[in-house]
Design a protein around this ligand. Structure first.
Ligand code: FUC
Length: 939
């Protein structure tokens, strides 16, 4: 890649056309330590992730290594799925969806990992008579039981029972109000994972297995007592989140109320439950795919201070990727600095104080993995070894504490430092994962080698190397929407007030945070960002914290090209190469087709077979959607070597797959995809708008690429013919863009997925230029769908409204995305996107969406300020990249373009459009052009 002297040039031009630059607002900061994981601040080097809590007496740094997952290399494909393909298709063409789904469920899903029978275990744990004391009985003595705070939306794993699956008893009680005597009561217990046997005063009042909704049991008056009443619940949890998980709306309590009375009269159940683990060895549950795992935690315990700490602040500086905690305790100012170094592959923490001999603490390591061990390995070092349950992967991590002054002693699995002047702490971590087929790595050797390399390096060496490496990416783009008075407020308060306050600087910060997160989770040479990037503290994270390809994985990479982080895209490209190997097997076994196919999920073992359920797991365009990222990388970079050696060979494989796979719809005569679904609704069908848009895009890209590379003339003819015979986009009877080939859309459907609008964004199948009627129909579909959604759905809608060129509606969606996460999609205290729970896609989709308001380039020209919201009156963004090989600095005042510079990185002709004006000029590679507000070329 050619490097341009961007800093030097922009320095010269800054004075000429851009005037005064306000400082960017680039810090997240808080006046109190993190209480929950989603309050903690994320750091990462693409491989190692850290979440810093910043507690005064107890510092907690939870960390991850990106290759620690459950599972092992194994066969994921059903051997003879292809035998049933035709029958499934015929059933669907004949309108027999249910039969097709049943057949597919039996013969067309992937293979699960090992599964054990449940019945014997269930009989054992249900045999309460065999227990010394019957925990269901009202009179049991539970004084020695421990307590836990429930409900917890992410399961009891997050509130003390980490890693626990099995049979657990929970107990609670309440005093029956006298006025309720003689009335039947409703026990509203929320959702319970997975199976409950609920007793009131020793009598079974309800049991439900695997419900997706909350439990509401009606208990007859005769079973209740005057005064104190006892609830005992035996919860059987086989895997994933356990216990009382409550409601999505986490503010909704568990409660009891008389039947027929309003919830307003309800009595809230105490959140403190007594618990006792009866059996923590449930039968194994087979899993279609593996889950991303936490690694461990660094715990630093400081002596209690005489007085309460004051002047507390913790922050994350996006310009340096360094987090800092400061406070004053007993008259001493303490500062902690943390970063995760890419050049040195370690977490670095520095503790300082403004008075000598003030630093004393104990450092320890721990892990939620049942199989883990901490050892003292030297006078100032510890190691942590972890082994994933029932899986092939293990990890090793080393913690080293280097104090200046004072005394350091390592014993009993801890390192104690007393009265030091300054302390450096390093952590290295590795696993035995080498690639998706090979787990022969030596984690202890890697962790040790990384630690040994630090021997001759000072803190300032490490810090400098870190800054240099990080800033080469981060500093390529700056953005300013004007200063907000709210910049003086801590970030949690800004999020709370954002919808009311028009805190423009927070929107700019959100964009830069997206870039920060992408650099931190997806450096070249690492694995791509999963559903949570590289940050995960749970053994059973939602959706396995893996890779969902029907929107989430792709959304993670929406900012990569436009927001000038092209190299961060590389891990995704490497993954596509691996998927082309595993997906070739799936293409053969399920479709008897060449090329490769990826269904709606994948994991570290690169599984590509259909998973979960036949009504939504059989979706065939995952690989094709991913391949559009290869083509987009070429569009932005104009890198022909990349096109020739990496992108086109993979794209071509996908075209070969679809050449073989597409079939003629007997009703319409057009080619359709299928069996498939429109993610994740409507069930198994033949033909969806999304598939056809993606496949059309793939063919268009392959046709163009084969022309540029002057290859595959014969194949090109086939691709052209298939493209032209594909089912076109259709407008349905409600004026909507049809989601399916038949006009069955339901205008009251508020589903989070808006897949049929793929051609509007991220595709370019439907644009105002090409087909305004279709664009209107797409907009109508989005209006029917409504604004509400999960975090990623809100983020997608920012992009849609930007492409519809309705900046104010896009801005409304930004407001919804940057709002407190308590009741649904929004942002957590650390600005992580809430599905809920935390899912990083919305951060990336949101950042890309804000940029989409300012510049679009998918129609062959630079479309300037295409969806500028009226709230964003003044601003500038420098370093945006556009397709065709351009880098753009744009400034606007009073809602109008005021300055523009374009750097040509490929020497292509440049066309710019702005409010009816148009300018086209030839460019020279490496040259920077200034254009005035009237769209005239200045030099
Ligand atoms: C898809 C979405 C869900 C979630 C999951 C990870 O299944 O429908 O909303 O984002 O992926």
């Amino acid at each position: 890649m050619i490097k341009y002297p961007r800093l030097a040039l922009s320095f010269v031009f800054a004075g000429l056309s851009f005037g005064n630059l306000q400082a960017q607002d680039l810090k997240l900061w808080y006046n109190q330590p993190a209480q929950q994981w989603t309050d903690a601040l994320p750091l990462g080097n693409g491989r190692i992730g850290a979440m810093v809590f910043g507690g005064v007496n107890q510092e907690h740094i939870q960390f991850n290594e990106e290759t620690l997952w459950t599972g092992s290399p194994r066969e994921y494909n059903m051997p003879d799925g292809a035998k049933y393909l035709n029958e499934i298709r015929q059933l669907l063409f004949a309108g027999k969806q249910r039969q097709a789904e049943e057949l597919a469920a039996r013969h067309f899903m992937g293979l699960k990992s090992k599964e054990e029978e449940r019945a014997p275990w269930l009989a054992k744990v249900r045999d309460l008579k065999k227990l010394k004391e019957d925990p269901s009985s009202a009179s049991i003595n539970d004084r020695n039981w421990k307590t836990i705070q429930l409900p917890a939306i992410n399961g009891w794993e997050t509130v003390g029972l980490e890693g626990v699956d099995g049979a657990v008893w929970l107990r609670n009680s309440f005093v029956l109000p006298d006025s309720w005597i003689g009335k039947d009561l409703v026990f509203d217990l929320g959702k319970i994972r997975d199976h409950d046997f609920t007793y009131v005063n020793g009598q079974l009042v309800g049991t439900t297995d695997n419900a997706s909704d909350g439990r509401r049991y009606v208990v007859a008056a005769g079973k209740l007592r005057k005064g104190l009443n006892h609830i005992s619940i035996q919860v059987l949890n086989y895997f994933d989140k356990g216990g009382l998980v409550g409601y999505k709306d986490v503010t909704r309590p568990l409660m009891v109320y008389p039947q027929g009375a309003s919830e307003a009269q309800a009595l809230k159940l105490s959140k403190t439950w007594k618990y006792k683990i009866q059996d923590d060895n449930p039968p194994l549950v087979g899993a279609y795919q593996a889950s991303y795992q936490p690694f461990g935690d660094i715990m630093l315990t400081f002596p209690a201070s005489r007085s309460k700490a004051s002047a507390y602040k913790r922050e994350l500086d996006l310009s340096t990727a360094i987090s800092r905690t400061t406070y004053v305790s007993d008259g001493v100012r303490y500062t902690r600095e943390y970063f995760v170094s890419q050049p040195d592959q370690v977490i670095v923490v520095r503790l300082t104080a403004d008075k000598k001999k003030s630093i004393s603490f104990q450092a320890g390591l721990r892990s939620s993995h049942k199989q883990s061990a901490v050892r003292v390995t030297g006078p100032n070092s510890l190691s942590l070894a972890v082994q994933v349950k029932d899986g092939a992967l293990k990890g090793e991590s080393i913690l080293k504490v280097q104090a200046t002054g004072g005394k350091t002693i390592a014993k009993d699995g801890q390192i104690a430092v007393s009265k030091a002047d300054e302390v450096l702490i390093y952590l290295s971590a590795a696993t035995n994962y080498k690639d998706y087929k090979d787990v022969s790595g030596n984690p202890a050797a890697i962790a040790k080698a990384d630690m040994d390399k630090l021997a001759k390096r000072s803190y300032s060496d490490l810090r400098e190397a870190h800054l240099k490496e990080y800033q080469q990416y981060f500093n390529r783009l700056s953005v300013n929407f004007g200063s907000s008075p709210q910049s003086a407020l801590p970030t949690d308060q800004r999020i709370e007030q954002f919808a009311r306050d028009n805190d423009l600087a927070l929107a700019a910060l959100y964009l830069q945070y997206g870039r920060y997160l992408l650099i931190s989770t997806s450096r070249p040479g690492t694995r791509p960002a999963n559903l949570q990037g590289i940050w995960n503290d749970l053994l059973t994270p939602s959706w396995g914290s893996k890779y969902t390809t029907n929107i989430n994985l792709e959304m993670n990479y929406w900012p990569a090209e436009g927001l000038n982080l092209s190299e961060m895209h590389e891990p995704l490209f490497d993954m596509i190469s691996e998927l082309s190997e595993t997906g070739a097997e799936t293409a053969k076994k399920y479709y008897n087709a060449p090329g490769f196919v990826v269904h709606h999920n994948t994991d570290i073992w690169r599984g590509t077979a259909p998973i979960n359920n036949s009504n939504h797991g059989i979706w065939v365009t995952g690989g094709a959607w991913l391949s559009t990222h290869l083509w987009e990388h070429y569009n932005f970079s104009q890198d022909k070597e990349f096109l020739k050696n990496k992108a086109y060979p993979l794209m071509r494989q996908l075209a070969l797959f679809f050449n073989s796979y597409l079939v003629k719809d007997p009703q319409t005569g057009f080619l359709v995809s299928g069996p498939t679904n429109s993610p994740e609704q409507g069930g198994l069908v033949m033909g969806t708008a999304m598939d056809h848009q993606i496949i059309r895009d793939l063919y268009n890209a392959c046709i163009r690429a084969s022309e540029i590379l002057n290859t595959d003339a014969e194949l090109r003819k086939v691709m052209k013919s298939n493209r032209d015979r594909l089912t076109p986009n259709k407008i349905g009877r409600y004026g909507q863009l049809q989601e399916w080939t038949v006009d069955i859309d339901d205008t009251t459907n508020k589903h989070r997925h808006v897949s049929h609008l793929w051609g509007v964004h991220p595709g370019a199948d439907i644009t105002w230029d090409k087909d305004p009627e279709m664009m209107k129909a797409a907009r109508q579909s989005l209006i029917y769908r409504g604004d509400e959604g999960t975090g990623w759905s809100l983020a997608w809608k920012i992009n849609f409204w930007s492409r519809f060129k309705d900046g104010n509606h896009a801005w409304k969606m930004v407001h919804m995305l940057i709002s407190p996460a308590a009741k649904g999609g929004g942002s957590y205290v650390n600005l992580f996107d809430a599905h809920p729970p935390f899912q990083i896609d919305g951060n990336f989709g949101g950042a890309a969406g804000i940029a989409e308001m300012l510049l679009q380039s998918h129609s062959g020209y630079l479309d300037l300020l295409p969806a500028l919201p009226s709230a964003l009156r003044d601003g500038e963004i420098k370093g945006l990249r556009a397709r065709g090989g351009f880098e753009v600095d744009v400034k606007w005042q009073n809602g109008k373009l005021s300055a523009l510079e374009v750097l040509s990185t490929a020497g292509n002709s440049c066309t710019i459009k702005y409010q009816g004006r148009e300018l086209t000029f030839p460019t020279v590679r490496g040259k920077r052009y200034t254009i005035n507000a009237a769209l005239q070329l200045m030099k």
